[in-house]
Ligand binder design. Sequence first.
Ligand SMILES: *[C@@H]1O[C@H](CO)[C@@H](O)[C@H](O)[C@H]1NC(C)=O
Ligand SMILES: *[C@@H]1O[C@H](CO)[C@@H](O)[C@H](O)[C@H]1NC(C)=O
Ligand SMILES: *[C@@H]1O[C@H](CO)[C@@H](O)[C@H](O)[C@H]1NC(C)=O
Ligand SMILES: *[C@@H]1O[C@H](CO)[C@@H](O)[C@H](O)[C@H]1NC(C)=O
Ligand SMILES: *[C@@H]1O[C@H](CO)[C@@H](O)[C@H](O)[C@H]1NC(C)=O
Length: 645
Amino acid sequence: MENGAPGVKVGRVMTQVFVLVFLLQSVHSRTSRNNLNIAKPGQKFASPPVTLKKVGHDKVVVDNGIIQVTFSSPQGLITGIKYNEFDNVLNDKIKNRGYWDVVWYESGETPVTDFLVGKEFDVVNQTSEHVEISFSRKWDISQRGSIAPLNVDKRYIIRRGVSGVYMYAVLERLKGWPDVDMDQTRIVFKLNTTKFDFMAISDSRQKIMPSATDRDITNGRASPLAYKEAVRLINPENHILKGQVDDKYMYSMEDKDNKVHGWISSDQSVGFWMITPSDEFRACGPVKQDLSSHVGPTTLSMFTSLHYAGKEMNTTYISKEPWKKVFGPVFVYLNSASSRNLLWTDAKRQMVVEVQSWPYDFVKSADYPLHHQRGTVKGQFFVLDRYNSKSRLFGKFAFVGLAKPGEAGSWQTENKGYQFWTKADKMGMFTIANVRPGTYSLYAWVSGFIGDYIYERDITITPGREINVGSITYEPPRSGSTLWEIGEPDRTAAEFFIPDQDPTLLTKLSLNDSNLPQDRFRQYGLWDRYSVLYPRKDLVYIVGVSDYKKEWFYAHLTRNAGKGIYQATTWQIVFNLKTVTQTGNYTLRIALAAATTANLFVRINEANSKPIFMTGLIGQDNAIARHGIHGVMYDYLRLESPPRV
Ligand SMILES: *[C@@H]1O[C@H](CO)[C@@H](O)[C@H](O)[C@H]1NC(C)=O
Ligand SMILES: *[C@@H]1O[C@H](CO)[C@@H](O)[C@H](O)[C@H]1NC(C)=O
Ligand SMILES: *[C@@H]1O[C@H](CO)[C@@H](O)[C@H](O)[C@H]1NC(C)=O
Ligand SMILES: *[C@@H]1O[C@H](CO)[C@@H](O)[C@H](O)[C@H]1NC(C)=O
Ligand SMILES: *[C@@H]1O[C@H](CO)[C@@H](O)[C@H](O)[C@H]1NC(C)=O
């Protein structure tokens, strides 16, 4: 709450609330050779040259002596990866085991999956050092309704001495093509089900996984939970997993952290890793969350999806707007070592090699600008928060990024262009390097300050050029000093009270069974804990007395009253103002870290009074059901009310 009259002590409320009205039905949804893996520029390998062979009329095999990759041709699906003792690390009992897909539909139709099957095979470049191949198809109006209206060029690169395969795709729409929604773009790998048993997605989240059979609710091995993605393992093959919940969304990550994840075959001492060296081609900024690896064994590279964002993302591609985008390259890396720990450590090392090699100099596509064809933006980010400090503060560790021109904060739902983000240093200094030529807005936000920054002008990047925007300053909205606040403006609900899960629904997410505090929110069913803790009366928070870490439930949920009935809940914030000014306004500011089909009402003093504010029905990010601690951020920065005493 804030008073408009300068110098008058008035208040501000800053809270971050997770709001959700639960609609569960809406939840859809080492051999010695390996020591050669580190590809240093200019280094000559003692390894064999890369070879390309056509086998029969429908297969292409590329081999570098370390891995041998088989592609269906001209479809361009990866059907085999031979490595070490494995004839095929992929699941050879099923047809689609290494593929791209896009979920698409024309308005009013049902979403369908297009596997982006190629019609033409080409060798883009073939030398002893590397092979780049292409599987492509062109769209025309006669194909309307049967496949997504896209020109597709799927590319694969295998390099000498490098234990893996690089993959990217150029997707294109020409002007005049029918409007289409494309809700999801990804790469999927399904691995050998009997061999890959252990999954690692971060230093702390690594574990022995159940099998796909263990998740089957028809064979007595698992029991269903509130939606199909989650099951309770009642009789898994591996008894240590008994009683736990499995749900792929427990293994989601923020895109900025999703650089390497994958599976280990403990038995063969082999690792299969998805390495993503850049976040530029993913959607919705650095804190968009998405799936990584999960039971199957499955490893994904998610480029775009509605997960944790919903249709707030505008995934309609319209006829008048031609569109083209390069997804990738991402790198599938295989390694072998004597222990799981060494496999993971080596995968991370390789990830660093890939990140440092970005943009790759060996990619042969006019649509993939090389280092010298990209530009740089630099500057220093400050925050001026007048009621906090008279002078500007450094925008310490601020996120600063370039995305399609838009409004402040629009990057979080933008999914058609490229985004380039960096984290400023402790003095707010930032450099965004390797930006593709184009026109962008410059966006920023910083933990500790409410709201979103946008630079006053668009920024046009040209090849090789460095733009220095100098010092730029964000002034968070304010009209007075803070009377009280609950939580921190950091776009997440992580600082609030996260309950213990129902002990019968515990999932051990880390190898040593001690779930780390930062992963508490990833448990199944936390939403039901509100009704357990507050069976009749709702939460009351007393400013100056209550501690939001212990007393502000991380999500504002409905109460499960049984029999499928969910009741709205009313939380009270009780506060006391020593003096009340009659001449100014008090401003309540609310930031919601996520929302799913919810309507938040704000009332003052009288429980049944007319609301001073309503959000209206908002939110489709489904973050709570997907064990997220945030989805799309909603800012309500000016809820002003004349004082009524
Ligand atoms: C208080 O808010 C009202 C309505 O938004 C506005 O018209 C008025 O100017 C504000 N008063 C002050 C002192 O800022
Ligand atoms: C897994 O690998 C083993 C040994 O290479 C092979 O016998 C089996 O058929 C493979 N199974 C699947 C499902 O890919
Ligand atoms: C093929 O790749 C080699 C080595 O990277 C490069 O020198 C050559 O110019 C490329 N050829 C074509 C046709 O792009
Ligand atoms: C468990 O593993 C985590 C992450 O690997 C580590 O931080 C923690 O100290 C470990 N706990 C024990 C009891 O070993
Ligand atoms: C989605 O974006 C297209 C243009 O890219 C625009 O025409 C359309 O109105 C947008 N839809 C919504 C619901 O904002």
